[in-house]
Each structure stands twice: as C-alpha cells, then as structure tokens.
Unconditional design. Structure first.
Length: 284
C-alpha cells in the first residue's frame, strides 16, 4: 500500500496521520496526549492534524509540546482556521497564533475549517499571500461539499486548493455519490476524519458488524484496522485517526501493511452499500 499521496503541486503527503480533535480540552490529560502523539510519530505517523478550534487552541499547544525538539522537516503539520477568522482582517493573526502555539515557523497545510460568510475570493487571496510569506506551504479546505468546491473553483486561484478534509468511514459513504468522483477527476486529495466513526459511536454496530468481523478474522486483524484499510483502498485518500493508547496507535500504524482483496471489499460494500442518491455532507 502507498505510504504517500502525491498532491497537485508535486509535493507528497503521508496517507496515515494522527488526529487531535478533543485534545487540549482537559489539562489533566495533557501529558498522556503529548506522549500519545510522540509515540505515534515514533511509529511513522508524522502527519499531525489539528485546528485553532480544538480545545480553543489547546490541541495546538499539545501538538507543539509533542514536537518540540524534533526535526521539523520530518513532520507534516496541518491546522485549520475558523471561517469567521478567514477574512483579511483576521486570518494572518489567526495563522500567527497557531504557529506560536505549535512552536513552528510554518504549516505544511492550512485548511479553511468549513464554508463561512467571508467571500471565498478573499480567503483564497489571503491563503496565497500566506504561501508567499512562507507561513504555510500549501492550503486546502474542510467540510466542503460538491457545490462548495464548485464555488471555490470559480474564483481566482481556487484551483490551487490541494486537499478537502471531510468525514468519511465505512458507515458514512455519502461523498462517494458525487463529491469524491469530482475530486478524483480534479486530482484533489481527500483527508478522511473520523475514519473509525469515533470508535463506532457515529454508526451503531459498525465495529461489531459481522461482515467487518469476518474480514478481520480472515486477515487476523482488528475490526478497526478493517475500517482504516477500507478507506485506504481508494486512491488519493488520507486518514487521520485519533488514538490515545499505545495499543491503538500500534494498530493504526500497521494498517499500511494491510491489503484488502476484492472479496473483502465486495463483502463490506454489500453490507454498507454505495449511495445511489445525493446525501447531505456528514459533519460532526
């Protein structure tokens, strides 16, 4: 299985990273969260995704502590800007605050967290300025459905968006109807958040499903690894599962060595069918 996805600008991004949603919210868990991220990085998961929203900046502080003293060139750090901070009057300050919390001079990827009221032309122009300033290497969006992406593509430099981060897991495949085919045609990478459906909380019975269990048993892997491998079977796909224990981090890191065959994929798709009509974009 590929370990990197090539982006439209010629750069590459790891297909497997670490999410930080809900980190930085409880100070008593900070040491554990820092250790978990460091352990994940030691296992090769050098892509770390965060946002100014997570823990009101607390997650970025956790990431900053976790990567302190590491070779920055070995890491791929992603953060996101609130839509209400994505205008010319606020985005540069927001970016600098994120960089300060992370203890780094630049972001590898900066995302607009979801569509907002600031005109896309303005946000895109600011993103391009941040690239010119060296504050970010590249930019993308998050929680953009097909109509949002088409709007983005209609503005100057909108086609320089390299990634769209959306909710995607075996039990939530609505993007496959129209958004994913459009993005694949354009060569835009998809970054799937909640690839484990928040340990199954977002789709009842997902991890206990008999088809998932059958595939897991066949390959001597866990149901969670089946869910991750299912997503990575597609091209231009990146996943950012969150894990707080070494056991789960080990599980996640091994998914790059798991290949599901056509029989596996057919069984999973039969249980969780490909959508036949447009569904609202899942957002959590």
């Amino acid at each position: 299985m590929k370990k990197h996805v090539k982006l439209l600008d010629g750069s590459s991004i790891p297909v497997l990273g670490q999410g930080t949603w809900h980190m930085g919210e409880d100070k008593s868990k900070k040491d554990q969260e820092v250790s978990a991220l460091q352990y994940g990085i030691s296992k090769g998961m050098t892509l770390v995704d965060t946002a100014e929203m997570y823990g009101s900046g607390g997650a970025e502080l956790v990431v900053g502590e976790a990567i302190r003293g590491m070779d920055r060139s070995d890491l791929y750090i992603v953060s996101k800007v609130y839509p209400h901070n994505a205008g010319r009057d606020k985005i540069f300050n927001s970016c600098m605050k994120s960089l300060k919390r992370l203890g780094t001079d630049y972001l590898d990827l900066y995302l607009l967290h979801w569509p907002g009221s600031v005109p896309l032309e303005e946000t895109v122009a600011c993103m391009e300025e941040l690239v010119d300033q060296g504050k970010i290497k590249r930019w993308g969006v998050s929680n953009f459905d097909l109509d949002d992406m088409e709007d983005l593509w209609s503005v100057k430099d909108g086609d320089k968006c390299l990634v769209n981060q959306v909710l995607y897991h075996l039990g939530s495949r609505g993007i496959e109807y129209d958004l994913l085919p459009w993005m694949e045609k354009k060569g835009i990478a998809t970054m799937a958040y909640c690839p484990l459906a928040q340990a199954g909380k977002l789709r009842e019975g997902l991890l206990q499903n008999s088809a998932v269990g059958s595939v897991a048993k066949k390959h001597n892997i866990t149901p969670a690894q089946v869910l991750l491998a299912f997503i990575l079977a597609r091209e231009n796909m990146i996943i950012i599962p969150k894990a707080s224990s070494e056991n789960h981090i080990d599980e996640n890191s091994k998914v790059l060595h798991i290949e599901l065959d056509k029989e596996d994929m057919d069984l999973l798709i039969k249980e969780y069918p490909t959508p036949k009509f447009k569904l609202p974009l899942d957002i959590v």
